[in-house]
Design a protein around this ligand. Structure first.
Ligand SMILES: *Cc1c(COP(=O)(O)O)cnc(C)c1O
Length: 506
């Protein structure tokens, strides 16, 4: 079940603001509220069953066990779940999610964890190793993304950054740095201009830090529209954003043009290379000429790039980079009058796990330029095969001009029904909306022999099955029908919140 589908309900799509307001009011009347609650519960019941497949098989713990359970028992439960879940992703049936996943690499990472599992970079006096790792991760990443060229062109450029816990944190911190630099200059209310395809982490930054996020529609090729972005700049704009590539459609925004517009307006420009930085930087290995998207462009003032995606480190690290040290200072937090001592923290968390940092460093050293080049070549070649396969398929259409994150839709069949049939065949793809489409992010799991062919064969079969299905048959997706009982976008947000509640129900 893909929850995105709820938004395509025609009633939800057309619901005017007034309807939303009325329903919000209705929710305050107890009787109406009870009916609405019941509708939610009914709607979410199938999701609850999917979320807890181990019910009845592995004990549920709502209280601490009195006597600690033996290690063997705990490990056997972990094994049962991990093995079953590995069956889902190891063979290459999941879009994104596990970017490397090779057994030898996983074993290497466990070795690193064994040595650094107890460490915390909050204490550089105890673990100077972690500070060395972070400094080198940042330096190697900056070097990969044009730091040298930036310095050669402008001696004031000094690309620097920090390691964070993930792409979202990198983006949150960069946006906070722009906000705080503007505040230091006396600007209180600030805005950022982003293409509507920019990652939701920018909305999160807006929500957390009180930054207004101005969303600009993309062009028909799903790339940011420079002229429209330029028109959205106001005296309150502190930064503009572009993706290389974007998460939904895997296309690269016109970073050069956008960053020049930002520079001409005296504002920052953030390239979000969370998803693709480590592939694009080595795309020449596949004979692909990628236009510049990094600090080689004088207008690019910050970047985010995820070591825990195509950097192939386990989850828990990303890098945020700045063109100069002044901007990085606006990221830091320092407290000088806390009785707990002089306190500083470069990122959002206080205590942080050192192990992912050590694993990231170890991964980068072990991969080396050749390792990344080889991985990029294989991913880009597989991406091209999948893209061409979809383009050749009757009834499907690829969106934009993607490389290895490929979004597709259909003008003939309901793409979400295709998605559901793929899910039933064991594929875990991403359902997207506005417009409705599905994407697959090709990883090292998909470059193994036979995976791309199996994907294309299943996809083609699913399209044909949906084509033969009687129209209006909602048997596949009872939840979509139910969505009609909660007809506004505000209520879709409520469904999402209740879905998150479910995740936390034992
Ligand atoms: C994944 C991604 C992010 C967010 O990264 P997380 O590691 O999930 O927090 C941001 N931008 C893009 C383009 C991404 O693909």
């Amino acid at each position: 079940m893909k929850i995105e589908r709820l938004l395509e309900n025609p009633v939800v799509r057309r619901a005017p603001k007034a309807a939303e307001w009325i329903v919000a009011r209705l929710q305050r009347i107890p009787a109406a509220r009870r009916r609405i609650d019941a509708a939610f519960d009914e709607m979410l019941a199938p999701l609850r069953r999917e979320l807890r497949p181990y019910d009845g098989e592995i004990p549920t713990h709502r209280t601490l066990p009195d006597a600690g359970r033996p290690k063997d028992e705990v490990l056997s439960h972990l094994d049962r779940m991990a093995e079953r879940e590995k069956d889902r992703w190891f063979g290459g049936r999941v879009s994104g999610a596990v970017y490397h996943g090779g057994e030898a690499h996983a074993a290497f990472m466990s070795e690193v964890y064994r040595r650094f599992g107890q460490t915390n970079p909050l204490h550089p006096d105890v673990w100077p190793s972690l500070s060395k790792f972070e400094a080198e991760i940042v330096a190697m990443t900056a070097d990969m993304l044009g730091a040298e060229a930036a310095r050669a062109a402008d001696p004031a450029a000094d690309v620097c950054g920090t390691v964070t816990s993930g792409g979202t944190e990198s983006i949150l911190l960069a946006m906070k740095a722009y906000r705080d630099r503007a505040r230091a200059r006396g600007l209180r209310r600030v805005e950022i201009v982003v293409p509507e395809t920019a990652h939701a982490a920018f909305d999160k930054a807006g929500a957390y830090f009180g930054i207004r996020v101005v969303k600009v529609p993309v062009g028909p090729d799903f790339r940011a529209d420079p002229a429209a972005m330029a028109r959205a700049i106001t005296p309150r704009t502190v930064a503009m954003v572009g993706s290389a590539p974007s998460f939904p459609h895997g296309v690269i925004d016109p970073i050069e043009e956008l960053s020049e517009i930002a520079r001409a307006n005296g504002i920052g420009f953030h390239t979000d290379a969370c998803l693709g930085g480590f592939v694009l930087a080595f795309a020449d290995a596949a004979g692909i000429d990628v236009p510049p998207f990094d600090f080689r462009l004088p207008g690019v003032t910050s970047m985010s790039i995820d070591t825990h995606k195509y950097g192939y480190a386990p989850k828990g690290t990303s890098v945020v980079l700045y063109r100069d040290r002044d901007l990085r200072h606006h990221q830091y937090f320092v407290a000088t009058d806390w009785p707990g001592g002089l306190y500083f923290s470069p990122t959002l968390a206080g205590s942080r796990p050192g192990a992912p940092i050590a694993q990231c460093w170890a991964t980068m050293l072990h991969m080396g330029r050749e390792g990344y080049r080889d991985a990029a070549r294989r991913i880009l070649e597989t991406g091209r095969r999948i893209r061409e396969g979809i383009e050749a398929m009757d009834g499907l259409r690829v969106l934009g001009d993607p490389l290895w994150v490929i979004a597709f839709t259909s003008d003939e069949v309901d793409i979400y029904r295709v998605l559901e049939r793929m899910t039933r065949r064991g594929w875990s793809l991403n359902g997207l909306h506005r417009p409705p489409c599905v994407h697959i992010a090709v990883t090292l799991r998909h470059v193994e022999p036979g995976v791309a062919d199996a994907f294309l064969a299943d996809l083609s079969a699913c399209v044909e099955e949906v084509r033969r299905e009687p129209p209006g048959d909602e048997s596949l997706a009872p939840i979509y029908g139910m969505a009609a009982t909660v007809p506004t976008r505000g209520l879709v947000a409520e469904i999402l919140r209740r879905y998150v509640d479910l995740l936390y129900e034992p």
